[in-house]
Design a protein around this ligand. Structure first.
Ligand code: MLT
Length: 410
């Protein structure tokens, strides 16, 4: 008899985004003539920049010649990409790493989901609430939580509520935790963190021998020059943090797939008897065992994001999405909505009007004006009463969606 991993049965219904797609599909089948505008999942809509496509094509052509063909590559990533990352994402911000502290992968969803495997099942986990659901669900699957209660919280998971009341700034956990997931600029609230506030988390982690799992997938959208793009811009982070980065939103790689995680050599975990173990080496062991590397053409395409032309094109795409974000934010504010985020992140987080629940507002928007967003409660109990709009749509669709929301009868 094949006994299943019963932790999976603790998971709530479906994963958030497929659940939304299911509802939208049903509505669209019942109302085939209605045009639906999707500002739900944070999926990019602009095509890949041309210099990046050129690199992809050139690398594919290389693969067709006997001299240029490549089989298995280095699991951690080709050195041309590792070096481009070090130079542009870190050295340019006075942060120095060596290439063996970077691990290239096929996405931050996989990285942030898989990382928990190298930690004990007894680890105490803290998540901000609302939160990117992958952090929670993968810990549920692994068995680090109990069941979810009627308040929507899993037992044994420490939730750090973020709401307009605390300015979306989570308090430090009341009890000691081993792992803390932080994401800035934040998905879903679009809010940010300063270096001073990050330092408070870093000090907490030092004091408690905790590790911060820092998701910086949206750092490229930061407009405010004072905000940190990397946790490693803050003193003391190398001993207590790792950082997840992605080309998905930055350069339009949601369908192309390339990301990386930075794990400093200084970062240590402990055995049950207190012996220090390098997290970098543990992850390297896991990565090289379970992953055969991102394909050569995709890594060439990722490296092209750092060329002069690539940087220009990527910056133009980000400007396009941030102009959408600004339009959504200012328009909704002028319609009387309470709106957060959208200034340094491609997400707009709004308070649902008239105390509607997140899913009630989702249904209302879909059925009355055919705009799709993401219900805040899908990101955690503290997301109830909030709603997320993504700025990744086309400019035309964003303008049309705003017009429609303006006419929504509340
Ligand atoms: C989101 O909409 O939150 C993101 O697209 C999810 C993801 O990056 O996996």
């Amino acid at each position: 008899m094949a006994i299943i991993n019963e932790n999976y049965l603790k998971l709530k219904a479906g994963y958030l985004f497929p659940e939304i797609s299911k509802r939208v599909k049903k509505y669209s089948e019942e109302n085939p003539s209605k045009k639906i505008i999707r500002l739900g999942i944070g999926d990019v809509t602009l095509p890949l920049p041309s210099s990046i496509v050129k690199a992809l094509k050139d690398a594919s052509d290389e693969m067709s010649s006997s001299g240029g063909f490549k089989g298995y590559g280095p699991e951690q990533g080709y050195s041309f990409l590792l070096e481009a990352i070090l130079e542009n994402d870190f050295k340019a911000r006075n942060v120095n790493f060596s290439t063996d502290e970077i691990f290239v992968s096929d996405g931050s969803k996989c990285d942030t989901g898989n990382i928990q495997e190298i930690f004990s099942l007894d680890s105490k986990i803290a998540v901000t609430d609302p939160v990117y659901p992958v952090y929670v669900d993968t810990n549920v699957m692994a068995g680090r939580t109990g069941n979810s209660g009627i308040d929507g919280r899993y037992e044994n998971l420490i939730y750090l509520p973020c709401s307009k009341e605390n300015g979306f700034e989570p308090d430090l956990p009341q009890e000691r935790v081993d792992l803390i997931y932080l994401c800035y600029p934040n998905n879903p609230t679009g809010t940010t963190i300063t270096k001073e506030k990050l330092k408070v988390w870093i000090d907490y982690a030092h004091k408690n021998k905790s590790i911060i799992l820092y998701d910086a997938a949206y750092e490229a959208f930061i407009q405010d020059k004072n905000l940190p793009h990397s946790i490693f811009e803050v003193d003391g982070a190398k001993e207590v943090a790792m950082e997840f980065r992605s080309f998905s939103k930055t350069a339009g790689f949601t369908g192309t797939r390339c990301a990386f995680v930075v794990i400093p050599k200084e970062l240590m975990g402990y055995t049950g008897t207190g012996e220090k173990i390098s997290i970098n080496q543990l992850w390297s062991r896991r990565h090289t065992t379970k992953f055969n590397g991102v394909s050569y053409p995709i890594q060439k395409a990722a490296a092209a994001c750092y060329s002069i032309e690539g940087k220009k094109e990527v910056a133009a795409n980000i400007e396009y999405y941030m102009s959408n974000a600004s339009k959504i934010k200012t328009s909704l504010e002028s319609f009387g909505y309470e709106v957060f985020g959208g200034e340094n992140a491609p997400y707009i987080w709004l308070k649902t009007p008239k105390n509607l629940s997140s899913w009630e507002f989702f249904d209302k928007l879909l059925s009355e004006v055919q705009v799709v967003g993401t219900p805040g409660s899908g990101f955690g109990p503290s997301g109830e009463g909030y709603f997320r709009l993504s700025a990744f749509g086309s400019k035309e669709n964003v303008i049309e969606a705003i017009e429609k929301i303006k006419n929504l009868k509340l």
